[in-house]
Design a protein around this ligand. Structure first.
Ligand SMILES: [Zn+2]
Length: 292
């Protein structure tokens, strides 16, 4: 063989080896999720067999507005886990591949809670956003979270062989959480409660809570109209506890305390927590309610 031919052959072989290396790296399927709870369930179920990606984002993933680059990442995923219940408005306009979408709320249609309009309006001040027609924080009812986890398990099992030990352990954790929440909410059953944001519908329904919600944010001061809305609610709904997604501003907490309303953090955990995981956040919620 002539030198040039040898060189070409060597180059081709190197190219092949490079290709094989790439193929090996991409053998692991990639699954994208639209919120953190779904990512947590998928991570527990898939172990290291699947790359689970929940992109870093600020604020509530339900109201995320992805860049075109991020949408492209989702479009290229092997599978996309959706929350269902019309969650994350960007999903419907992003041209995601239908055959790779998994609605983890499939089968829960009859249990979805319609919003009566109380949470569907946006205020001028603060982080203005609209909640739509259906309540979406399904995972705050652990029974619905189990359904979502099982749907994820079934979908991932079609991509790789999974051990059902992981599913059994996750379901056991969620059932334990359900029992603990039942216990701490039992003394509050049917008593008037307040939600600072319309995200507790499935929690309230599951634990028989009598909750009315305003549309406030933990990191902003409610304006006069928002305080007036609370006053209106209190006229017929004499609550002395308000659930918050995160620690409210000290000034707001104090103003509520002056009305005899105690603030308690019950974090829905839609986004990845800075510390711990879904279960540690839920356990902290249990402790917070227990301390009331
Ligand atoms: Zn909102």
């Amino acid at each position: 063989m002539k030198l040039a031919q040898l060189l070409l052959l060597a180059l081709l072989m190197a190219g092949c080896a490079h290709h094989e290396e790439q193929a090996r790296q991409t053998l692991k399927p990639t699954v994208y999720t639209v919120n953190y709870p779904l990512a947590y369930f998928a991570e527990r179920l898939a172990g290291d067999q699947i790359e689970i990606v929940f992109p870093e984002m600020e604020g509530d993933p339900a109201f995320w507005e992805p860049t075109p680059e991020k949408i492209l990442e989702f479009q290229n995923a092997d599978l996309i886990l959706l929350n269902g219940a019309e969650y994350a408005k960007w999903v419907s306009s992003a041209a995601l591949p239908e055959d790779r979408l998994v609605n983890t709320a499939r089968g829960l249609e009859s249990q979805l809670i319609a919003l009566d309009g109380s949470g569907s309006h946006a205020h001028a001040s603060g982080d203005a956003h609209v909640h739509g027609d259906v309540a979406f924080t399904l995972w705050l009812n652990p029974e619905l979270a189990v359904h979502q986890a099982k749907t994820i398990y079934a979908s991932l099992s079609r991509m790789v062989a999974l051990d059902d030990v992981a599913l059994i352990a996750l379901v056991a954790d969620l059932e334990k959480l359900d029992a603990d929440l039942k216990e701490v909410f039992q003394p509050l059953e049917k008593k008037p409660l307040l939600g600072s944001h319309p995200v507790y519908q499935y929690l309230a329904a599951h634990y028989d809570l009598n909750m009315e919600s305003v549309h406030w944010e933990p990191d902003s001061e409610p304006d006069r109209a928002m305080w007036r809305e609370l006053e209106d609610i209190l006229e017929t709904h004499k609550a002395d506890v308000m659930l918050w997604e995160d620690e409210p501003l000290p000034s707001v907490k104090k103003a509520l305390a002056q009305k005899g309303i105690k603030s308690v953090v019950f974090n829905p955990c839609g986004n990845r927590p800075p510390d711990g995981d879904f279960l540690t956040v839920m356990r902290a919620n249990v402790e917070a309610v227990k301390g009331l």
